[in-house]
Design a protein around this ligand. Structure first.
Ligand SMILES: [Zn+2]
Length: 397
């Protein structure tokens, strides 16, 4: 199974080229909306759409044959998604054009791409770094999307198909526990605590409070200025969080790669639906419903796939309460060996960091199922309180 990666590359665009790209984007979005408004909503097949309005698109909007086909495909794609979500396709917004191999090509020799515009073919140099070069080298991309960003710069998002390196069967497993008291903690003892993150968050939230106060009074223009600043702030905070998540996930995956280990994570899919079955604390909800932790998990999973590191998902129940050394849980369901950051086993006496213990338990569960026997395995570890923990464990990839 190969994966499709999207490589985002900035284009070097001259003023005259920019005009051509803008004209193409305008024509493209107008054609999208025209097709969407002038064909029956129930038509979700690109070929059918094409037979209905291909000539009209070409005549009205001056798009090349293949760009007209792209319009039909895009409308059809959006309608299919909308149908699933049971809502109509909204208006298309300007600022992008989709390309396929007939109207887009990549040349490695001089790191350029050529794109069809409404005024013929244009060649653009890519302003890219080593990461993009590494990903594009030797590839033969078949699809791309041209994007214009808010700041007026142009990017081409190139779809590259990569054969993932063969996953190695290994019995070594690194367990990773996310977002209890630390952001992440591994069974190797690596941890990333939230101190720097909360300092930055606090700074943002103080700033936000000031701006919100100002946004409610003062002159009209200063109120507007404050609203703009607030909006910019939320983007900044989000990018900072993404940068942190990239760093952590990269470190975890490269550690697994160099030690030839698999990575075990808690399986949190569908946990929201299961809330009624398992009592959960406020902290637990924060862990599962927070987009930042979700993003971090996704980053680990996809970076692992690129690196050929197997990922094992284990059931999350009791991972934080079980002692990793003797696999015991506190006999009284109302109590736990865990107390905040501290874990003290009442059975074998092990004492230490609670998140480290959690990561160790996850690693154990992962190791128990990471046998190369097939995708679905069942396990029942000793020492669990309920047979409800009889579990199915998923091997990803
Ligand atoms: Zn113990």
């Amino acid at each position: 199974m190969s994966q499709v990666l999207t490589i985002s590359c900035k284009l070097k665009v001259s003023p005259s080229q920019a005009a051509k790209l803008d004209a193409t984007m305008d024509a493209f979005v107008q054609a999208l909306n025209w097709v969407n408004q002038n064909t029956p909503e129930k038509v979700v097949n690109a070929v059918k759409l094409q037979s209905l309005c291909y000539y009209e698109i070409r005549a009205r909007f001056g798009l090349s044959s293949n760009l007209a086909q792209q319009v039909c495909r895009r409308v059809a794609g959006s309608r299919k998604v909308a149908k699933q979500k049971k809502r109509p396709v909204k208006e298309f917004k300007s600022g992008f054009v989709t390309y396929d191999a007939r109207i887009f090509s990549f040349r490695q020799k001089d790191w350029t791409v050529s794109l069809t515009t409404v005024e013929g073919r244009e060649r653009f140099e890519l302003a890219i770094g080593n990461y993009q070069r590494g990903m594009l080298a030797g590839s033969n991309p078949k699809a791309a999307t041209l994007i214009k960003r808010k700041d007026g710069s142009y990017y081409i998002q190139i779809c590259v198909e990569k054969k993932p390196p063969k996953q190695q069967d290994t019995d070594k497993v690194i367990g990773v526990d996310f977002g209890r008291t630390d952001i992440a903690h591994t069974s190797e003892g690596d941890n990333w605590n939230g101190q720097q993150l909360s300092r930055v968050r606090e700074r943002y939230s103080r700033l936000r409070a000031v701006l919100q106060r100002k946004a409610s009074k003062g002159t009209r223009s200063s109120r507007r200025r404050c609203r703009q600043l607030l909006q910019r702030l939320s983007g900044k905070e989000r990018r900072f969080q993404a940068w942190v998540n990239h760093r952590i996930s990269k470190a975890i995956v490269s550690r697994a790669k160099t030690t030839n280990s698999a990575i075990a994570l808690e399986d949190l899919t569908g946990i929201r639906e299961r809330v009624n079955q398992q009592p959960r604390s406020k902290a637990e909800r924060r862990r599962t419903n927070n987009w930042a932790f979700y993003q971090l998990r996704m980053f680990v999973v996809y970076k692992a796939a690129i690196a050929g590191v197997p990922v094992v998902l284990v059931p999350p129940a009791y991972t934080s309460q079980t002692c990793h050394r003797c696999l015991h849980i506190h006999p009284d369901p109302a109590q736990s060996y865990r107390n905040g950051k501290q874990f003290k086993c009442g059975h074998c006496g092990w004492e230490g960091d609670a998140d480290f213990n959690g990561a160790k338990v996850i690693a154990l569960l992962g190791a128990a199922v990471n046998q190369p026997r097939g995708p679905w395995l069942a396990c029942q570890l000793q020492g669990y309180r309920k047979p409800a923990l009889y579990c199915e464990v998923v091997r990803v990839g």
